[in-house]
Design a protein around this ligand. Structure first.
Ligand code: ADP
Ligand code: MG
Length: 299
């Protein structure tokens, strides 16, 4: 597919969101902001913890103590790894579609068809996740994928995207449609160097003035022998705004093996709390992200 077509598709997605927000200011419950927030995440290396993180963040956004369903945001979790996606298995539910079904919808995607690719997995939480397929990330038709994102983009308050680690023809379009794009890594020196490189390449390819967020997952606050401190990480990446999520092996193991987000059984664990803190800040600053998204759309 040509880049021009991909760009047009992003603009279409954007226009639709604008129209919807203009015509109905109460279209979503995002704090302050009028458009749905799209937050996407990509691992700098395998096993960085992206899937666990998006599953927990999506769950956390969709629930609230003592709140009624109508008062809570509608959240959609999208697993864009068509080869090794784990979102559905981390939630112990079947995938919601197959690559061939999605591809067959190219050129005729509408809201009703788009809905058939979505599975509800909580009161206010839904998921799009494909059955794994060898080479799935190359087989997926980018037009069909972007049309799907386009058709569902205004029906949710938050859309969280688990983006595969390897760059694909459609990765830039996904970043372009996101309010927040975050690179996730484990704190090691090689991963930090790679993150800096990746971040620079994304910034220059897309001519961005705001670089991707950088999130150090599995971060240990107490200093470990030969471990990476926040100061080291800031020095290597030349960034003072790094995000961290705590190392919390037991709750993560329990989560994966029970098919439940950490917040479901341990909402006060270090892991759930550190993700909640990031979410809270992002929700508060949601309006600023819209400006960043405008810039990405133009890239
Ligand atoms: N904060 C954390 N602390 C400890 N273990 C973690 C943490 N985040 C993820 N893990 C573990 O790391 C492994 C990879 O996580 P996963 O979410 O599948 O990563 P990815 O999607 O980036 O490949 C899993 O075994 C998971 O339980
Ligand atoms: Mg994953």
């Amino acid at each position: 597919m040509s880049d021009e077509n991909l760009d047009n598709n992003i603009l279409l997605l954007t226009d639709l969101a604008d129209d919807m927000a203009d015509s109905n200011g109460s279209v979503n419950k995002v704090d302050e902001a009028r458009e749905a927030q799209v937050w996407s995440f990509q691992g700098v290396h395998g096993g960085a913890g992206v899937t666990s993180l998006v599953v927990q963040m999506a769950y956390d956004l969709s629930v609230g103590k003592g709140k009624k369903k109508e008062e809570l945001p509608n959240v959609l979790l999208i697993d864009l790894d068509f080869e090794r996606g784990n979102c559905s298995s981390y939630l112990d539910i079947p995938p919601s579609m197959k690559v061939e079904e999605l591809n067959a919808a190219a050129g005729r995607m509408d809201e009703a068809l788009a809905q058939t690719f979505i599975r509800k997995c909580g009161e206010n939480l839904s998921i799009i996740a494909s059955e794994s397929e060898l080479g799935g990330n190359d087989k997926v038709n980018p037009h069909a994928l972007l049309a799907l994102l386009d058709k569902i983009s205004t029906a949710y308050d938050y859309i969280l995207i688990d983006s595969p680690q390897m760059w694909r023809s459609w990765t830039q379009a996904v970043i372009g449609a996101s309010d927040k794009f975050t690179l996730v890594l484990e704190p090691s020196v090689p991963a930090l160097h790679r993150t800096k490189q990746l971040s620079n390449m994304i910034v220059s390819t897309m001519s961005l003035s705001t670089p991707p967020e950088i999130l150090l997952n599995k971060f240990e606050r107490r200093s470990l022998k030969h471990g990476v401190t926040l100061r080291d990480a800031a020095q290597v990446t030349e960034r003072s705004d790094l995000l961290t999520v705590s190392y919390d092996e037991d709750v993560l193991r329990q989560s994966i093996n029970s098919g439940q987000p950490v917040g479901y059984f341990k909402p006060e664990s270090r892991y759930a709390k550190s993700i909640r803190e990031i979410t809270r800040n992002w929700r508060r600053d949601a309006n600023d992200f819209v400006e960043q998204r405008e810039e990405r759309r133009r890239a």
